[in-house]
Design a binder for this molecule. Structure first.
Ligand SMILES: C[C@@]1(CC(=O)O)c2cc3[nH]c(cc4nc(cc5[nH]c(cc(n2)[C@H]1CCC(=O)O)[C@@](C)(CC(=O)O)[C@@H]5CCC(=O)O)C(CC(=O)O)=C4CCC(=O)O)c(CCC(=O)O)c3CC(=O)O
Ligand SMILES: NC(=O)C1=CN([C@@H]2O[C@H](COP(=O)(O)OP(=O)(O)OC[C@H]3O[C@@H](n4cnc5c(N)ncnc54)[C@H](O)[C@@H]3O)[C@@H](O)[C@H]2O)C=CC1
Length: 199
């Protein structure tokens, strides 16, 4: 059977510098995805024309800088990650080439063959976050799985995490003992969806 070989990570975007090129529909979608997850992300968005909705979104996020002009190569100099969302495939290929010489990681929205990483659908319940990838096969199925998990996971999931954190802090004994206790008290969690693990 085919498998998904992508390696998932969770990035701290308030400690990294991201460049988004393109401020149309797709640029807005990607900026929205970034800020929904990481409201304090440091993002520079460069676009010849910036949609009003992009400006509105940026207003509420001090980490976002909007520059309404053509992309320039030096936009890449001080960045860690790049998302391209223009309507110009040739430009995407050129930027990608330069970005890779600088070892920057790049996502070209809707062009899997030019991407070093993909965005995923994201389920969030408090501190819990689940990233979904179909390996580019079907973003619509990613979206459906997100909706399914959002519905299925109890709303008090974050209380569970708080309780578990307290228990972790209070547990004494060696590492193996702690792992055993933590495994035991969570065995039935998803069966009865309780926020307080049985002790
Ligand atoms: C490879 C990837 C690269 C990347 O963009 O990072 C990619 C590629 C492409 N997307 C396309 C289309 C659509 N993308 C969406 C939606 C999302 N797309 C996202 C990620 C990804 N999209 C990466 C793989 C993710 C995975 O592995 O599953 C999500 C999960 C995250 C996000 O973007 O924030 C977000 C859902 C967020 C949510 O709601 O949870 C919808 C549905 C909708 O908008 O309702 C459609 C239309 C329906 C359809 O096609 O399914 C096309 C065809 C373009 C064309 O037809 O021209 C390509 C190109 C191709 O497939 O060749
Ligand atoms: N809109 C959609 O739902 C979908 C779009 N696509 C594709 O994604 C691409 C982008 O789509 P949209 O965002 O809708 O297009 P758009 O035309 O709304 O936005 C393109 C953006 O790129 C900017 N841009 C173009 N050249 C630039 C340059 N040299 N420097 C800086 N900025 C530059 C424009 O000013 C604009 O902000 C298109 O190729 C489209 O075919 C694919 C699937 C769905």
């Amino acid at each position: 059977m085919e498998r998904n070989n992508l390696f998932p990570v969770f990035l701290k975007l308030e400690m990294l510098d991201m460049l988004i090129v393109g401020g149309g529909h797709v640029g807005l979608e990607k900026l929205t995805a970034v800020l929904k997850n990481s409201p304090a992300a440091r993002v520079t968005l460069v676009a010849r024309h910036v949609q009003q909705a992009v400006l509105d979104l940026a207003k509420d996020h001090p980490g976002v800088k909007i520059e309404e002009r053509n992309f320039k190569l030096w936009d890449l100099w001080d960045k860690d990650l790049v998302i391209l969302a223009t309507d110009n495939r040739q430009l995407h290929e050129t930027i990608r080439k330069f970005a890779r010489t600088r070892k920057l990681l790049i996502n070209v929205a809707d062009t899997p063959d030019l991407c070093d990483f993909y965005l995923g659908s994201v389920v969030t319940k408090g501190n819990l976050k689940i990233g979904v990838s179909t390996n580019g096969k079907s973003p619509t199925i990613s979206k459906r799985i997100r909706e399914y998990l959002e519905e299925a996971l109890p709303d008090d999931t974050n209380d569970l995490l708080d309780n578990m954190q307290k228990i972790r802090e209070q547990l004494t004994g060696d590492f193996n003992h702690k792992v055993k206790v933590l495994n035991e008290i969570t065995t039935t969690w998803l069966d009865n969806k309780q926020a307080t693990p049985a002790s």
